[in-house]
Every structure is written in C-alpha cells, then in structure tokens.
Design a protein around this ligand. Sequence first.
Ligand code: ADP
Ligand code: ADP
Ligand code: ZN
Length: 215
Amino acid sequence: MKLILLGPPGAGKGTQAKMLTEKFSIPQISTGDILRAAVKAGTTMGLKAKEFMDAGGLVPDEVVVGIVRDRLQEVDCENGFILDGFPRTVAQADALQVSLQKMDKELDHVISLDVDAEALVERLTGRRTCKDCGRGYHISFDPSKVEGVCDVCSSELIQRDDDREDTIRKRLQVYASQTEPLINYYRETGVLIELDGMQQIKLVQEQILARLQAS
Ligand code: ADP
Ligand code: ADP
Ligand code: ZN
C-alpha cells in the first residue's frame, strides 16, 4: 500500500500514520521527523533546514525531494509506505510522480484530513512529542498515562520549538498557499480520500481503515 497523508499542521497525519504503520507493516516516512533528526545531529543540511523550520516556512523543494527519493529506495519500502508531510508543494508532488514512475510504482491513495484553523491551533499548542521514539500526544485530547512521560518508552515528552502560536499561524498560512492546492491536484488523479479530521482520533482511524478496505 502506497499512501500519502495530506493535511494542515495538526490535522493528525502523524497520529494516523503511526496507526497505519502498525496495521500494514509499512514504514512512515515523515519529512518533518527526518529533518528534525538532521537538525539534532547538526549536519550541514540540518543546520540550513532549521532556519526555515523555526520561521514556520518550508525547507526548499530540492532538499526534501532528495531526502524522499533516497528514502523510497530503501528495502523496507518495497511493500509500500506512508508519506507524512510530503509532498507539500506542487513541485514536490511532480517530483514524487517522476521518482515513482522510475521505480515502476504508483500511489494507491492520498488521504486528506480536513480540520478547522482554530482547532489546529489548539491541537498544536497542546501537542507533546516523545524526544526518543517520536510518539505524539496531546495534553487534553490524547494524554500520556503519566504527565510528561512517554507511555511507550518512558522518555521525556517535549514541546516542539515551532509549536508556538506565532509560528503556528505562519505555518497555517504557508499551508493554505503552498500545500492546499494539492487537494485538487490529487482529486484530479482520482486517488483522493477526503475525511473529516475534526472527529475523535479513534473515529478518524476507523474511517481511514474502512475507506482503504472498501477500495
Ligand atoms: P506538522 O506535523 O506540524 O505538519 P512537520 O513535522 O511535518 O510538521 O514539519 C515541520 C517543519 O519541517 C515544516 O514546518 C517545514 O519547515 C519542514 N518540512 C517538513 N516537511 C516538509 C516538506 N515536505 N517540504 C518542505 N518543508 C518541510
Ligand atoms: P500532524 O502530524 O498532522 O501535524 P499530529 O498527528 O501530530 O498532526 O496531531 C497534532 C496534535 O493533535 C497532537 O497533539 C495529537 O495528539 C492531536 N490530535 C491528532 N488527531 C486528533 C483528533 N482527531 N482529535 C483531537 N486531537 C488530535
Ligand atoms: Zn517514547
């Protein structure tokens, strides 16, 4: 199964990708996670990407396209993958088509999660992420069993630098101008599944699985 999860920051892409990874035993490819790992490791690419990320902007297309192209060649992607947070521009979507064609592969579905702007701000300001395993939580909507501690690996939960209200507003603007056009882009290719992302996590999860099984 070759999937894309599409939606604004805070729509629940990462949350649902984690569920799909377990269900279908295919990797979650999150460009955000890969970039944050590069920032943490202090690589040249990471240092450059950090400036764009801290400002709430997008990292240049050629950087993320290169990351995804290389990642898709790895053996664990043979049976499929879940792209989370990529593509984010029409240029990235075009580049992905070229990469997939070269590998003789095709996308099965693009799952689009729709969520109101105010709900997104509430979700992102309350988001907490495990600093080691990357599992996401929300202080009210999906809390960990023990405050500040990851249920899975007992590491510390942290708040992302870019989950501050001013940066969030900027990211939502960037989403509207650069990424939202991809909804039409994929609608035209007939692979789009549109879901109401305002519902509870479990309901969104059930609907994704139902739609994937129906097609
Ligand atoms: P969120 O889960 O809030 O949508 P991500 O973790 O996917 O955020 O991304 C965090 C930041 O990393 C983005 O704001 C952007 O700066 C950068 N980034 C991630 N994916 C891409 C991409 N496909 N193209 C450009 N920049 C990206
Ligand atoms: P994205 O990867 O699209 O940026 P996340 O999956 O990280 O989004 O979710 C953003 C925040 O909202 C997290 O704190 C997560 O726990 C919470 N969340 C995700 N889906 C829902 C939902 N359906 N209802 C309420 N909160 C949600
Ligand atoms: Zn953890």
